[in-house]
Design a protein around this ligand. Structure first.
Ligand SMILES: *[C@@H]1O[C@H](CO)[C@@H](O)[C@H](O)[C@H]1NC(C)=O
Ligand SMILES: *[C@@H]1O[C@H](CO)[C@@H](O)[C@H](O)[C@H]1NC(C)=O
Ligand SMILES: *[C@@H]1O[C@H](CO)[C@@H](O)[C@H](O)[C@H]1NC(C)=O
Ligand SMILES: *[C@@H]1O[C@H](CO)[C@@H](O)[C@H](O)[C@H]1NC(C)=O
Length: 462
């Protein structure tokens, strides 16, 4: 079955096969799951995106640079979920994992019964219910087992290399070359005991799946995908759009407008995703490193988000910048405190590199736009992604470790200069551009990723 990519015709009412996407509740997962839902629905399959009302709203609001007109044909199912505490992040914690999101994860387990009810209802009116559930939602979707015409597929938001490292509880020796600049603690030591307990709830149900969708591109990660030895496996990335921002969008956004005025490939984009909080001292070092490097930069200056992204001060960062910093870099650097349209920024011709925490979505978005990465991993599997990008793919440079130590401005400046002005930097930029081309070709008709999506759709509609 070929992709139709035509959003005009809504799905038929009594469909043979329906798909239910059950995302994990972090922003970085909500978004990828929504991109995936959108992609599957372009094959004229009815798709249900099922999560709490607030998380439906959050995903929609932030979809693809706020263009919600392209997802109106998806069925957003707002499942009841109890209220939960939404404390601010603690930037002073030595553990960089966003432990303040735990109350949200705890209530997320309550989605089990509403999810089961939705699946049963859909099961009676369709030939097959295909559940696609993201990491750590095995508990919530466990009732798939009691519904004869339902089957579940796992959706992994992280790289195949990271999956492989997690399964092996560390890095295999053959990949340990040149890892000195990236600190590689076992994952269990970079996350909280509570999240491990949450994960333990999932384990008894983990084997119910009929196959795996992985957020990577086979051309990029073939050898690591092969190592995973899944029964059935489809590599479906990049999921982010790989088009440039329209003039209308540029004119509507201060970051994009600012970028429009900068020379080609001259700007370092600096952003650490939705789960990073830095200590004030670290923010100062970063600010000084940026200034000392004398490179242009666009810095998304935000804190980790709260469990409830609609809290008044969600993501607001008030402290840390040296006095007068913004004035002192005027004309060279821009600091923004708003939620930034990352894909469009990375796709802008003025961006030359991306300083990133190496969440896998950020890596994919950057690489698919041909932008090399200055890697500064913070927690979870991010160090593995950093290793993949810098050492295996050779499309970036690493700053340093994620072990809670303060990273000094000198190291930051050094890494920026290596990326932006050195000869090695030029090679990495070229490599990133090659990868960008590979990834953009993969989603074209007949490309590696498009063929895998076609094959997945063929499989579920068999
Ligand atoms: C928003 O999405 C619609 C439908 O896919 C598309 O026609 C339109 O061009 C998009 N608008 C922008 C500003 O990207
Ligand atoms: C973090 O530490 C700084 C001092 O370094 C202090 O001013 C601030 O209030 C602390 N923040 C939190 C949330 O504990
Ligand atoms: C998705 O849910 C099924 C059924 O509970 C489970 O077997 C599978 O492991 C889950 N996948 C993930 C990634 O949690
Ligand atoms: C730009 O802003 C105008 C006015 O706020 C709004 O109507 C329009 O939808 C926006 N366009 C985009 C692409 O965001």
């Amino acid at each position: 079955m070929a992709a139709v990519h035509d959003q005009e015709n809504p799905p038929a009412a009594a469909a043979a096969v329906v798909v239910v996407v059950v995302p994990f509740l972090f922003q970085s997962h909500l978004n990828q799951a929504l991109q995936l839902a959108h992609l599957i629905s372009s094959y004229k399959i009815p798709v249900y995106y099922a999560t709490s009302a607030a998380h439906c709203r959050q995903a929609k609001l932030r979809y693809n640079g706020k263009n919600t007109s392209s997802i109106t044909h998806l069925n957003f199912i707002e499942l009841p979920m109890p209220p939960f505490l939404s404390p601010p992040p603690n930037p002073n914690s030595t553990l960089k994992f966003p432990s303040h999101l735990q109350p949200c994860l705890d209530v997320c387990l309550e989605l089990r019964h509403p999810t089961a009810a939705l699946l049963r209802q859909l099961s009676s009116s369709s030939k097959r219910v295909v559940v696609i559930n993201d990491t750590n939602m095995a508990y919530v979707t466990q009732d798939v087992a009691t519904i004869p015409n339902a089957e579940s597929y796992s959706f992994s938001c992280i790289s195949a290399f990271s999956l492989h490292c997690i399964i092996n509880q560390g890095i295999l020796d053959e990949y340990k070359t040149n890892v000195d600049r990236i600190y590689l603690k076992p994952i269990a030591e970079t996350v909280t005991p509570e999240i491990l307990k949450f994960a333990a709830y999932q384990s008894p149900h983990e084997d119910l799946k009929s196959g795996d969708l992985i957020n990577t591109c086979r051309t990029l990660e073939r050898s690591y995908l092969d190592l995973l030895k899944d029964k059935k496996q489809w590599a479906v990335a990049p999921l982010n759009p790989v088009i440039r921002a329209t003039d209308e969008m540029i004119n509507n956004n201060t970051c994009l407008l600012w970028l429009d005025k900068q020379p080609r490939k001259s700007v370092l984009f600096v952003s650490f995703g939705s789960t990073t909080s830095m200590m004030d001292e670290q923010v100062k070092e970063l600010a000084m490193g940026l200034r000392q490097s004398k490179q242009r930069f666009l810095w998304v200056f935000r804190d980790a988000e709260r469990g409830n992204a609609f809290s008044d001060d969600n993501g607001d960062r008030k402290s840390g910048l040296p006095d007068g910093f913004e004035e002192s870099v005027e004309g060279i650097g821009m600091v923004t405190r708003d939620w930034a349209p990352q894909v469009e920024i990375l796709g802008h011709g003025s961006v030359g590199a991306f300083m990133s925490h190496c969440g896998w979505n950020s890596c994919m978005e950057s690489l698919s736009m041909g932008v090399p990465i200055v890697a500064w991993p913070m927690h979870s599997e991010q160090p593995y992604n950093a290793l993949l990008v810098t050492e295996m793919l050779k499309a970036g440079v690493a700053i340093k470790e994620c072990d809670g130590d303060l990273v000094g401005s000198d190291l930051i400046k050094e890494a920026i200069e290596e990326m932006m002005v050195s000869d090695e930097g030029v090679i990495k930029r070229e490599r990133a551009e090659e990868i960008g081309l590979v990834l953009r070709n993969a989603v074209e008709e007949g490309g590696a990723t498009r063929l895998e999506m076609d094959s997945f759709v063929e499989h579920i509609t068999r």
